[in-house]
Ligand binder design. Sequence first.
Ligand code: SAH
Ligand code: MG
Length: 223
Amino acid sequence: MAGGDIRVDELVALARAARGFMPDDEGATLLAAAERAGVAFNDPAAGAPVFVEIGAWCGKSTVYIGAAAERTGAVLFSVDHHRGSEENQAGWEHHDADLVDPVDGRIDTLPHWRRTVARARLESSVVGMVGDSPTIAKAWRRPLAFCFIDGGHGEAPAWADYRGWAPHVALGGWLAIHDVFPDPADGGRPPYELWCDALASGRWREDGEQGSLRILRRTARDP
Ligand code: SAH
Ligand code: MG
């Protein structure tokens, strides 16, 4: 990651302070990978490089990837229905009662996400897409320079995100997957299984990792 730059230092500090599920060292690796993508896809004739993140929560990963977008002239589309994943609902491990909207009793992280992005002054590099990830994926057409998958971690949602979004990653583009735990004692299986599937396909090569974050780069198109 580029250091010694006041703006990136500010954004990294904001990302670190933001509420969410991304250790500082993984955030730095995420930012650096997105920055590689923004630089590699900087082709004025093709329009701005496009980044997508699936699973934004309160905007922590959004600020890391948004920092890379701002630095490289890319646009980050941040996809989340902001209702929380299964594992965020009442009674589950990652539930925060203060994120529940008192009007309808449902989780609503959108106001928190907006505040995080506004505080970071990233509105001209980051666009929120509020909705169901597979629904957005099936209407999507732009090739992606960078895609970060960190949505629902259950079997069905994780595979739906992977099947819906990985095909949109351009040749030479990047795919980052969060919460990849090779040892089942450390966490759930689905993100690890996606990562294994990508490697087994022969269409991706490893391009870095930190903690449970895995970075892949597309080396061949899908058949
Ligand atoms: N990247 C975040 C953490 C994301 S938590 C961080 O850095 O802190 C997972 C997110 O995925 C939740 O906010 C949840 O609302 C979202 N999510 C789960 N299933 C989804 C779906 N089908 N469509 C859109 N978002 C979804
Ligand atoms: Mg995660």
